[in-house]
Design a protein around this ligand. Structure first.
Ligand code: 2NE
Length: 271
């Protein structure tokens, strides 16, 4: 039941369902779905589309095949200061995509089969929920391959699994199976591989039954606890949106457009 919207893309597949789900699939299975700058740019474009499409309520992020969700940055094209694009410029643009997932007002669900490793592990961390197949494996490799993510990859991970466990994950670079990930609160549910997509869609459909404004305000509220002024901006943006939806907010606009003084006298001062 997926409609394909992948025409403009080479590194990802982008699909939408009739009932309001968008699915972004990293499609580089030959490198365990490692990303290059182009992959990230395409993910950014698809996520922006899903965010702004009024028919879409929930977004799934996944990887092609059963072997990997994502294995992080493509080490073959890592240069001296970032990951090289086809023109030779170097990027760490996955950090922009992390923030885009974070600030997307619609829930983003990671659907993980196989490896979620390195920068790929941080991408699943950034998603609001993670549904894992029994073959999923999680971990960071930074200190082994000469890299690290001290941003959300460290601080938000510690919010999820606690400081001791986060230090273990980063300092030792071990891999954890799906059950271990569930036990430490890294994922929401573990299911047999052949039920991964149906279970993920079930979770998405449950969210689609609920109030979109309640979900977006809750996401902003949960983000605000960790995100400082950027988190407050997101939360306050929702307050502004809700205020624009009131007659009191609209009176100010109307008065300006009609070139008259605003009359707020009919609006109660709420206690
Ligand atoms: C993912 C993992 C554990 C899979 O192991 P396995 O045994 O299932 O597969 P294998 O044979 O290692 O990989 C299959 C093919 O994919 C390539 C491999 O080189 C191999 O290629 P061929 O030998 O068939 O030609 N491949 C896998 N991951 C790749 C990658 N990331 N870049 C380029 N090619 C890759 C195992 O493959 C693994 O450990 N992969 C490396 C994970 C890793 O270290 N990722 C980078 C972390 S740093 C990062 O992502 C990052 C950051 O720290 C900060 C900012 C931005 C990014």
């Amino acid at each position: 039941h997926w409609h394909d919207h992948s025409d403009a893309f080479t590194d990802i597949r982008y699909q939408k369902s009739e009932d309001g789900i968008a699915k972004l699939t990293i499609n580089r299975p030959e490198v365990r779905n490692a990303f290059r700058p182009k992959t990230v740019m395409e993910l950014e474009q698809a996520l922006a589309d899903a965010r702004h499409d009024p028919h879409i309520g929930v977004i799934i992020l996944t990887g092609e095949g059963e072997l990997a969700f994502c294995s992080g940055g493509d080490q073959r094209i890592r240069g001296e200061s970032g990951y090289q694009d086809e023109q030779g410029s170097q990027h760490l643009n996955v950090l922009d995509f992390q923030r885009q997932i974070r600030t997307c007002p619609k829930p983003v669900v990671a659907m993980v089969a196989g490896y979620a490793i390195g920068g790929g592990h941080v991408l699943h961390l950034m998603c609001d929920l993670t549904i894992a197949a029994e073959n999923a494996r999680f971990g960071q490799t930074g200190p082994k391959v000469g890299s690290f993510d001290g941003g959300y990859g460290a601080s938000y991970m510690a919010r999820i699994v606690g400081q001791k466990k986060a230090r273990e994950i980063w300092f030792l670079c071990r891999q954890y199976d799906a059950q271990e990930a569930l036990d430490m609160g890294l994922v929401n549910e573990v299911v047999p591989l052949d039920e991964l997509e149906s279970e993920t869609i079930k979770w998405c459909r449950e969210m689609l039954q609920n109030s979109p404004i309640a979900l977006r305000c809750l996401k902003a509220g949960l983000n605000a606890d960790c995100d400082g002024q950027a988190g407050l901006q997101e939360l306050a943006g929702n307050a502004t949106m809700l205020f624009y939806m009131t007659e009191e907010g609209q009176e100010g606009r109307n008065a300006f457009v009609e070139k008259r003084a605003p009359d707020f006298s009919r609006f109660k001062r709420q206690s």
